[in-house]
Design a protein. Structure first.
Length: 325
């Protein structure tokens, strides 16, 4: 059975680094190379979730299919292994999303998709089967409607993709929370349910109360893991994650990570240009010159463990008595 750390990167021990031999070799040579691009194809979205961390972005912005192919070609050039296709908006409303997935797959890029679950259809199965994993979101204030049921029927037919749910839990007694967990438990190809609280809310919701609710209803929680989104550390001057796993948004700007919207109290709900590292076309120069983002301006860092771990590789002289493991 897969360890649940397989599905996480923020606030976890960065074990995946040690399995990437090319990355480890580059770190020994004092260089961070990119391994994942997080890509927002469009800011458009068919939902208006009150807790959305991108609620105030320009919904008209999107990357053209030509730009998405150019980003893919840059990724191949700099050695990126995988794309996470995410929001911003809802990736599946981009008019060329299937063409983008097909193109990236043809370049041997591993692919993941984060979606709201409203747009899967049977005629998409061939392309969706090219994903390695797909996370489908839900929350305490949505209901399982016809669109969502259609997506679930498509999911059931795609056996080679690792599907999961991400559920925003707010303690709503009238939610479909129990139904979502039961659905996950009944699908062999849904590996887990990521249960989170609203990271921008001033109201504290302990996600362990979600577990209590499941236990009370005798529902199996073995696929669930419970996260508290407001756990974070401090930013650091050299943000190594900014080159390892940069985020390319619908404007074409490159940002150091997927948590820039959380850098002010109650969240920015948009991308503040002060955090932009430049345009995606400049990524090869960023890598060549090791132009890290200055994380000192970040109030919150969800990748502190990764940055520290990478720093120990890049500056091994900071660690003494190495023989005493």
């Amino acid at each position: 059975m897969q360890d649940k750390i397989s599905y996480q990167s923020a606030n976890v021990i960065p074990v995946k680094v040690i399995y990437d031999k090319k990355l480890v070799n580059s770190l020994h040579n004092k260089k961070v190379i990119p391994r994942v691009f997080q890509i927002t194809p469009t800011n458009a979205c068919d939902l208006n979730c009150v807790y959305c961390c991108c609620g105030e972005i320009d919904r008209k912005e999107k990357l053209s299919i030509e730009q998405l192919k150019e980003i893919t070609d840059i990724a191949v050039k700099v050695g990126v292994k995988a794309f996470v296709i995410t929001g911003g908006g809802e990736p599946m409303v981009h008019p060329n999303i299937l063409e983008f997935i097909d193109y990236a797959h043809s370049k041997n890029i591993k692919l993941a998709l984060i979606t709201n679950g409203n747009h899967f259809k049977d005629d998409m199965i061939e392309t969706l089967s090219k994903l390695q994993w797909c996370r489908i979101s839900f929350d305490d204030y949505r209901k399982i409607d016809e669109k969502y049921r259609n997506t679930l029927s498509v999911v059931k037919k795609i056996k080679n993709v690792n599907f999961s749910f991400s559920y925003m839990y707010d303690g709503n007694p009238d939610s479909d929370f129990l139904k979502i967990i039961n659905i996950a438990n009944s699908f062999d190809n849904i590996s887990h349910v990521r249960i989170v609280n609203d990271s921008l809310s001033e109201k504290y919701i302990d996600t362990m109360t979600a577990k209590e609710k499941l236990d009370k209803n005798n529902i199996d929680t073995s696929k669930c893991f419970f996260k508290y989104q407001q756990q974070y550390g401090a930013g650091q001057k050299k943000c190594y994650m900014s080159l390892l796993k940069p985020r390319i948004v619908a404007s074409g700007d490159v940002y150091p990570c997927c948590a820039i919207q959380y850098q002010e109290k109650n969240g920015l709900k948009k991308y503040n240009k002060v955090f932009s590292m430049g345009h995606y076309s400049d990524i090869p120069n960023m890598i060549e010159n090791q132009r890290f983002f200055n994380g000192n301006i970040c109030n919150q860092c969800y990748y502190e463990n990764y940055n520290k771990f990478l720093g120990y590789y890049l500056e091994p002289e900071k660690i003494t008595d190495k023989e005493f493991i």
